[in-house]
Design a protein around this ligand. Structure first.
Ligand SMILES: [Zn+2]
Length: 101
């Protein structure tokens, strides 16, 4: 039996947080679909270099197909894009900035 050791606060903020987490996990599953693998491969073929590195006058192979606008768990937005190719460093720093903002 699975029993999550979560306190029952029932606060609006934590409910909002949980709802967002549910939506995030829903789109997180999409990353393992063949549809996403194909879309990602297509993006990295069309744009093989990290866009942010190029802006810094650097040439780095991109490994991540990133959503230009955060989809925030929105499945429609997840598939619609637009996308950009990023290296791992820029992808991770971009995500951190997004979470802070
Ligand atoms: Zn980069």
């Amino acid at each position: 039996m699975l029993r999550a050791p979560e306190p029952e606060h029932g606060q609006t903020a934590s409910q909002r947080y949980n709802a967002q987490r549910r939506r995030d996990s829903e789109t997180a599953r999409l990353y393992s679909t063949r549809r996403w693998q194909a879309l990602r491969a297509d993006q990295l073929t069309r744009e093989p270099l990290c866009r942010m590195c190029m802006a810094e006058d650097r040439v780095t192979a991109a490994v991540v197909c990133d959503h230009v606008e955060p989809h925030r768990g929105d499945v429609t937005k997840f598939w619609a894009g637009p996308f950009q190719s990023l290296c791992k460093r820029h992808h991770d720093s971009d995500k951190q900035r997004d979470e802070r903002g």
